[in-house]
Design a binder for this molecule. Structure first.
Ligand code: SF4
Ligand code: SF4
Length: 207
């Protein structure tokens, strides 16, 4: 178990609802769910979730901590907001689902190789280097994340899309040498570090 996870287990014992209320974005709204099932029925990805949003809220109240935080259900949300506009209790369902995914990531409980988490982390790491996304190095990092052979296969499979982007001027091979950068990169890094310190302090996640 990661240190943060060990600390959380010791701190909250079996009170998973309180843990979510204190540590997950908008988690204080989970108790408002009346289990009507509208969100589960409205979600376009409903049949593909191991645990629907309705079930996720039930599991939080039932204390099924490990089962939920180690599942990949929260990573299925596409932020379409269908559930939010239909929920009779006006729960910010999308935000809570993403908050749970972020919390599972911070506790290092996400299943290994979870694709949405992997893409999100590659995107964030790429963005944080120089303050803007480098499309070429991001694409290469994504294609080659599972090794050289798989990377070559992925690149060949996507070659027509890559050529189309090149022709349209949306992909610049010279970006491999660094590409565009924000002027004040150290300022961006300081701003993000400060925002993280404030948010982690608010959520009790400072190590
Ligand atoms: S639609 Fe709202 S109240 Fe109904 S189950 Fe989903 S979150 Fe709960
Ligand atoms: S926002 Fe996410 S959870 Fe809500 S309906 Fe869309 S995909 Fe499903």
């Amino acid at each position: 178990m990661s240190d943060l996870n060990t600390q959380a287990v010791a701190r909250y014992k079996n009170n998973f609802l309180r843990e979510v209320e204190e540590r997950v974005e908008e988690g204080n709204m989970v108790k408002m769910c009346m289990q009507c099932g509208v969100c589960a029925g409205s979600c376009p990805f409903g049949p593909h979730w191991q645990h629907s949003p309705q079930k996720i809220f039930m599991m939080i109240r039932a204390g099924k901590r490990e089962e939920l935080l180690t599942s990949d259900s929260m990573w299925m949300c596409t932020s379409c907001y269908n559930c939010i506009v239909r929920c009779p209790r006006k729960l910010p369902i999308t935000h809570i689902i993403h908050g749970l995914a972020n919390y599972a990531h911070r506790l290092k409980l996400v299943p290994k190789g979870q694709p949405t988490r992997d893409v999100t982390k590659l995107f964030w790491d790429n963005l944080m280097k120089v303050g803007r996304i480098n499309e070429l190095t991001f694409s290469l990092a994504l294609y080659f994340k599972d090794g050289l052979v798989q990377g070559i296969k992925n690149s060949l499979a996507m070659q027509s899309a890559g050529l189309g982007l090149l022709k349209a001027g949306r992909l610049n091979p010279m970006e491999i040498f660094g590409g565009h950068k924000c002027k004040e990169q150290s300022g961006i890094h300081r701003m993000i570090a400060k925002a993280r310190e404030i948010e982690d302090g608010r959520r009790g996640l400072l190590a």
